[in-house]
Design a protein around this ligand. Structure first.
Ligand code: AMP
Ligand code: FE
Ligand code: FE
Ligand code: ZN
Length: 274
C-alpha cells in the first residue's frame, strides 16, 4: 500500500487540475492519495470522480493556514465535512485576506519589477486560493527569475522588503474547528517553518490537547535528525506520524510518493474520524 497524504492542485498553488493530480498519482503507483489544497475544498468533487475511475482511493483533505504567535503554521485535515459552517467561515476569511495580501505584495514589487496584479490573476488561472507561488509565476513570466524557487529565495521570503503576511486563525482554534467538523487534523511539516524555526514541543502539545491527531514526520523539508526527533515526539504525545510528498506539480521539485505514510498509521487516522 502506497499512501501519500499531502498533494496540491491548481485549486490552490499546484500546477495540475485535480483530475490530473489523480492521474499522476496512478502513474506514480500510489494506492491512496489525499488532495490538500490550501484553504479550499473546491477540488474534492473532480479529484474524487477521477480517482474512482482510476481505482485509486481518494482522501478529501485541506491544508489550513494558521498562526502561532505571528508565525505561519500549516495544518492538514482529512475527512472533515465540507459544508460545516465553522470550516467554511474560517477558510473564506483566510482566502479573502490572501487576496488583499497578494495585491499588497504586488504593489511593493511593482515599484522595482515589471509585475502587475492582472498578470498575477492570469497566472493564478482560476485558483480559489491566492498565494505567493502565483506572484512567483508572474515574476517568471516577466523574466525576472527563472523559476518559483528562485522567486522565494530572495523576493518572496519572509523578511524581504516585499513580504506581507496575511490573516490566519490561531493553530489551536483551527484544530478545534476541524475536529468539530469531523476532521482528523495533522500538523504539516512542523520543523520546516520559514527561517528554519521548529515548532516547540509545548505548542505541539497544546495542539494535541485541542484535538490534534497526527504530525507529518517524513517530509522533504525535514532532515533525518529532525525526523528522528519528531518520531520520538509522536510516540511521547501519542500522535500519529505521517509521511507525504507535498506535491505541487511542476511548481516544486517534490515528486508524488517520495515520502509515504505507513498503512498502520493510516489506519489510526481513519479510526479517529469524527
Ligand atoms: P503563501 O501561501 O502565500 O504563504 O505561500 C506559501 C506557499 O509557497 C507554500 O505552500 C509552498 O507551496 C510555496 N513555496 C514555499 N517555498 C517555496 C519554494 N522555495 N519554491 C516553490 N514554492 C514554494
Ligand atoms: Fe503550497
Ligand atoms: Fe505547507
Ligand atoms: Zn502543502
Amino acid at each position: 500500500m502506497r499512501i501519500d497524504l499531502h498533494t496540491h492542485s491548481s485549486v490552490s498553488d499546484g500546477t495540475q487540475a485535480p483530475r490530473e493530480v489523480m492521474a499522476s498519482a496512478v502513474e506514480a503507483g500510489l494506492d491512496v492519495v489525499a488532495l490538500c489544497d490550501h484553504d479550499s475544498m473546491a477540488g474534492w468533487d473532480e479529484a474524487s470522480a477521477a480517482a474512482e475511475a482510476f481505482g485509486l482511493q481518494f482522501i478529501p483533505g485541506m491544508e489550513v493556514s494558521t498562526r502561532v504567535r505571528g508565525t505561519s503554521v500549516h495544518l492538514l485535515s482529512y475527512w472533515h465535512r465540507r459544508v460545516d459552517p465553522g470550516v467554511v467561515a474560517m477558510v473564506e476569511k483566510t482566502r479573502d485576506a490572501r487576496v488583499g495580501r497578494t495585491q499588497a505584495i504586488v504593489e511593493l514589487l511593482a515599484r522595482d519589477y515589471p509585475i502587475t496584479w492582472e498578470s498575477v490573476v492570469e497566472q493564478a488561472g482560476g485558483a480559489q486560493t491566492f498565494g505567493r507561488p502565483h506572484v512567483a509565476d508572474a515574476l517568471v513570466a516577466a523574466g525576472v527569475v527563472p523559476d518559483r524557487s528562485a522567486a522565494f529565495t530572495e523576493l518572496l521570503r519572509p523578511g524581504s522588503a516585499y513580504y506581507v503576511p496575511h490573516y490566519a486563525p490561531e493553530l489551536t482554534a483551527a484544530v478545534t474547528t476541524m475536529r468539530a467538523a469531523g476532521g482528523v487534523p495533522v500538523l504539516a511539516h512542523p520543523y520546516a517553518g520559514r527561517s528554519g524555526a521548529e515548532l516547540s514541543d509545548r505548542v505541539i502539545e497544546r495542539a494535541r490537547d485541542a484535538g490534534l491527531v497526527g504530525i507529518e514526520v517524513d517530509h522533504r523539508d525535514h532532515t533525518a535528525e529532525q525526523r528522528g526527533r519528531l518520531r520520538e515526539l509522536a510516540t511521547r504525545l501519542v500522535l500519529v506520524p505521517t509521511g507525504s510528498s507535498d506535491y505541487h506539480g511542476t511548481g516544486k521539485p517534490n515528486v508524488l510518493g517520495e515520502n509515504l505514510t505507513e498503512p498502520a498509521e493510516f489506519a489510526r487516522l481513519e479510526a479517529a474520524r469524527g
